[in-house]
Design a protein around this ligand. Structure first.
Ligand code: ZN
Length: 307
């Protein structure tokens, strides 16, 4: 997929500010002030693309013995449910939740795509590709128009801060995406051990409270995919989540809420997914072994779900 296939309604009646970057940054600043009063946080710009900041929020002092997890949203600009879900989590999370884990946030990775309501950034690059050389050069990606043969402008900024982001995601990383053309949700999950793992159950139970799960094998352009019970397990590509995994992060979850469903419901679901990640990580605690390097399988049709 080269870019957003169909123009989106960037001002849906049930969420008119869906792609309003100024409204987003204003609410982010207020939400940061709120959590900072509950538990000291810092908010910093990791860098700018097209004059727009990529913000990171992280606990000022990590609590010892608590898991470090990182939630990211908005790698793809038209997938606004994730970023707003993170904002609404920050606007509502209670002290118990905020102190149960060391939870860091990249609320909006691709602000220039977000403000235009399109998938790619202002340079036409896919911010979630080009991180892992071996998959960039794979048969699936090497000639595909939806990937990059190196990191995007956003990717370069994330990689400049890569060691720190890996430490902040030491016990888990979630990237909140949305999928075009479907009314059902699903997850990609990379984690060692029998499935559904406790992490997978936490995410799937949350998705199911808002949407149907996608049928096994997917629908339409997802046909032939290995999706079963709402999960695509241990697929790899040149995405940031695969890069994290290869750096030793023990579990990565990529959530896909359905872009055809109302914006309000998608934001609600993403807010609850952010909380479900915190709650499941708090229950699991520290110290899970990293996914074995040999446990990889390339996604068969990476252009279809295109996380
Ligand atoms: Zn996406």
């Amino acid at each position: 997929m080269e870019d957003t296939p169909k123009p989106r309604n960037v001002r849906p009646p049930d969420y008119p500010e869906l792609h309003d970057i100024d409204a987003f940054n204003k609410r982010l600043a207020a939400a940061f002030d709120r959590i900072n009063k509950i538990r000291p946080y810092k908010m910093e710009s990791l860098g700018e693309v097209g004059g727009r900041d990529i913000f990171l929020l992280s606990p000022e002092e990590p609590l010892e013995g608590k898991p470090n997890i990182l939630t990211a949203g908005g790698f793809h600009g038209e997938e606004a449910g994730g970023p707003w879900g993170i904002i609404e989590f920050l606007e509502t999370a209670d002290e118990e939740t905020l102190r149960s884990v060391n939870h860091s946030f990249l609320p909006l990775v691709n602000p220039t795509g977000f403000e235009r309501g399109v998938r790619f950034n202002i340079h036409g690059e896919n911010p979630n590709r080009g991180f892992v050389a071996e998959y960039m050069d794979s048969e699936e990606e090497q000639d595909a128009p939806w990937t990059n043969h190196g990191p995007s402008a956003e990717g370069k900024i994330l990689l400049e801060h890569g060691d720190r982001l890996v430490e902040l995601a030491r016990d888990g990383f979630t990237s909140q995406h949305e999928d075009d053309g479907i009314h059902e949700g699903f997850i990609f999950i990379n984690e060692q051990g029998p499935m559904p793992s406790p992490t997978a159950i936490a995410f799937l139970d949350t998705l199911k409270r808002h949407f149907a799960l996608i049928p096994d094998g997917g629908v339409n352009d997802l046909e032939g995919s290995p999706i079963k019970d709402g999960m695509w397990i241990n697929g790899m590509d040149s995405s940031f989540e695969t890069w994290m995994l290869q750096k030793g992060v023990p579990r990565t979850i990529t959530t896909e809420t359905p872009a055809l469903e109302p914006a309000r419901a998608r934001v609600d679901c993403n807010r609850e997914l952010t909380k479900a990640f915190a709650d499941s990580a708090a229950r699991l605690g520290l110290g899970e072994p990293a996914l074995k390097k040999d446990a990889r399988a390339i996604r068969k049709k990476p252009e279809s779900p295109k996380p």
